[in-house]
Write a protein that binds this ligand. Sequence first.
Ligand code: NAD
Length: 260
Amino acid sequence: MLKGKTALVTGSTSGIGLATARALAADGANIMLNGFGDKDAIEKERAGLEKEFGIKARYSPADMSKPAEIAAMIATTEKEFGALDVLVNNAGIQHVALIEDFPLDKWDAVIAINLSSAFHAIRAAMPGMKQRKWGRIINIASAHGLVASAQKVAYVAAKHGIVGLTKVVAIEAANDGVTCNAICPGWVLTPLVQKQIDARAQATGQSNREAEIALLSEKQPMHQFTKPEGIGALAVFLCSDGAASITGSAYSIDGGWVAQ
Ligand code: NAD
């Protein structure tokens, strides 16, 4: 379906981003990877995508907290592949603290990476998408884009912001063949969440599994993690012809979290 198209997935060296890049590659898209990590491991992943799916894959080390690097990454993608057709804004970080203790630099970093980066990437990618009359923008928000939790002030503000940004972009591009949607996952077992489980286990003396169940059951009726592959599959669907009129939506994939 996506053969001949190019997808850029920010923060795709790990977790949800990597699974989404793999799902888009499996559907035929060329891939621009992005994110931090071990150089050799990233190269192995990039070469592996090309070999497994018969597509072209490149890697950009752009720091998503730096607007100039984001714009340069979009320009490089368009130059390398001839176009940028699918943009998945996924890079994200978390910091947990009460508002009165929240470090200023952590607030700035979470807002920059989880929210402003999507604005900068879409701003740079939109002219090409509008010109070609086809584009799919998918913003990885969160259940925290729709509801809140204590101690996550920057994350919740950024994710609510992403849902709002998604709606504006959808309206602006509605008649240009470009759709923009948000995906709102509940708990997905990735390094970002493992850190929170480790912190909980350390604070309470629970085992890893006990801490996992405690974390899940606090928020989700379903006591299971969403798999990163499930988010990849939803992203592929949002790129399909069947999803051509879906725009401005926020899709929950969260084990019933926000149904309560
Ligand atoms: P992760 O920690 O496994 O991956 C984060 C990715 O972002 C990595 O590739 C990392 O290198 C990259 N990244 C971080 N800072 C960056 C920067 N400055 N520049 C470029 N890349 C950067 O996390 P994940 O759980 O896969 O999260 C991915 C997205 O999904 C995030 O936006 C997160 O908020 C969202 N999300 C995660 C969950 C969950 O339960 N894991 C739930 C809802 C939403």
